[in-house]
Design a protein around this ligand. Structure first.
Ligand SMILES: [Zn+2]
Length: 164
């Protein structure tokens, strides 16, 4: 009997400590995944959430027709939000008329976008997307006005405007 118990403990104790070791980090990972998961939606979920036009821009890196967005002529004071997740991306103070037919900005709000280089038109272009949901917004060029010299050329369908 004694021998049986000690053998049991011999097996149980290391097993328990291994389990503790395995489950602790998992728990931390699970809570991290939950906060990220909010915007880590499947294609199906995004299709249900967005209009077909916005889905094409945000999730398939499409580009709307020039001069097609009413936001192109939006001149009120306010904030432009990601149409996918409502994160604030641009302030009206940085909007300017680039003449391109797409809403254009010379700066984005801090940490609201991330960039990557794409080669869709063979010449490399810098694509940018919402830092929270990954939704494609547009392309950034180096021919914008001062003080940044940047031109964020944004699809209106990827934005929501709320006036102050
Ligand atoms: Zn977003």
């Amino acid at each position: 009997m004694n021998q049986f118990l000690s053998r049991r403990n011999f097996i149980l104790i290391p097993t328990m400590s291994i389990l503790k070791f395995i489950f602790k980090p998992r728990k931390v990972l699970a809570s991290f995944a939950t906060s990220e998961q909010d915007w880590n939606l499947s294609n199906e979920d995004w299709k249900n959430k967005l209009s077909p036009e916005s889905y094409y821009i945000l999730r398939e890196e499409g580009t709307e027709r020039a001069f097609s967005s009413p936001l192109n002529n939006e001149k009120r004071k306010g904030t432009f939000y990601c149409a996918g997740c409502n994160q604030a991306l641009f302030k009206s103070e940085t909007k300017f008329d680039s003449g391109t037919g797409w809403p254009s900005f010379w700066d984005s709000l801090k940490d609201s976008i991330e960039t990557k280089v794409d080669f869709k038109l063979i010449v490399p272009r810098t694509e940018y997307h919402c830092s929270r949901c990954g939704g494609h917004q547009g392309h950034v060029f180096d021919d914008g006005p001062l003080p940044t010299g940047k031109r964020y050329c944004n699809n209106g369908l990827a934005l929501k405007f709320i006036a102050d």
